[in-house]
Design a protein around this ligand. Structure first.
Ligand code: PGA
Length: 248
């Protein structure tokens, strides 16, 4: 049995002081959650969040990680910097990074390799556009994203890699993939992972993301290949995210 994981992706939201009040309010409400809860906060909030999460069951995540370890890479944040702030997860290749910041399958792979180098669990995001889905190419697109992202990742590392399926047409739109559509793609993803890693694929955690809310979480989570949720908008609200963490 794979345990469930719920990850909040705050994107570019909340200042350090807002982070402090948010975490102080939500942490007591998710104390009983039996799932793994992760807060992926902006870099500027990692320090305060790491202090507040210390001694709790909740985990800290970053929204990106450099593929370099140090040096002349203006604006980048390395695995070692994250590790010192107790970061244990990093989102990689979110579609917003692919769309606005030039992220490619190659850089996604480099960042995934770097995350493992620093014992940070990469949460590799994949997903198709509406056009790709409508033209029947969704599975091929996602297969290719996965193969490229996991190039040179060993079976042992794969076991500690999370794949998040986030159809681009569902992100921030209020249009959630149906539980069946999510399951169908996640089953396909697990099959691809099985081709790459054999039985280890059954141990890997696969998440769904895209307009997941407290209202649809239960139905999504009942799907056999869906091991958790990557939550954007709803992760910014104490009531919504704590409800979701407790459903999980
Ligand atoms: P959303 O975002 O829940 O606001 O759709 C999900 C994500 O981008 O990770």
């Amino acid at each position: 049995m794979r345990n469930k994981i719920i990850i909040g992706n705050w994107k570019m939201n909340k200042t350090p002081s807002q982070t402090e009040s948010f975490l102080q309010e939500i942490l007591p409400k998710i104390k009983q959650s039996s799932s793994v809860v992760v807060f992926c906060v902006p870099f500027t909030n990692l320090d305060i969040a790491s202090k507040l999460l210390k001694g709790t069951k909740a985990n800290l995540g970053a929204q990106n990680i450099s593929w370099q370890d140090s040096g002349a890479y203006t604006g980048e944040i390395s695995g070692a910097m994250l590790k010192e702030l107790s970061v244990s997860y990093a989102l990689i290749g979110h579609s917003e990074r692919r769309q606005y910041f030039g992220e490619t399958d190659t850089t996604v792979n480099q960042r995934t390799v770097a995350a493992h180098r620093h014992n940070i669990i990469p949460v590799v995001c994949v997903g198709e556009t509406l056009q790709e889905r409508q033209s029947g190419n969704a599975q091929d697109i996602v297969t290719n994203q996965i193969k490229q992202a996991l190039k040179d990742i060993t079976p042992e590392q794969a076991q500690n890699t999370i794949v998040a399926y986030e159809p681009i047409w569902a992100i921030g739109t209020g249009v959630t993939a149906s539980a069946n559509d999510a399951q169908e793609m996640l089953k396909h993803i697990r099959k691809q992972l099985n081709n790459l890693y054999g039985d280890i694929a059954d141990k890997m955690h696969l998440l769904y993301g895209g307009s997941a809310t407290a209202a649809n979480a239960q139905e999504l989570l009942s799907q056999p290949d869906l091991d958790g949720l990557l939550v954007g908008g709803a992760s910014l609200k104490v009531e919504d995210f704590s409800t979701m963490a407790n459903i999980v």
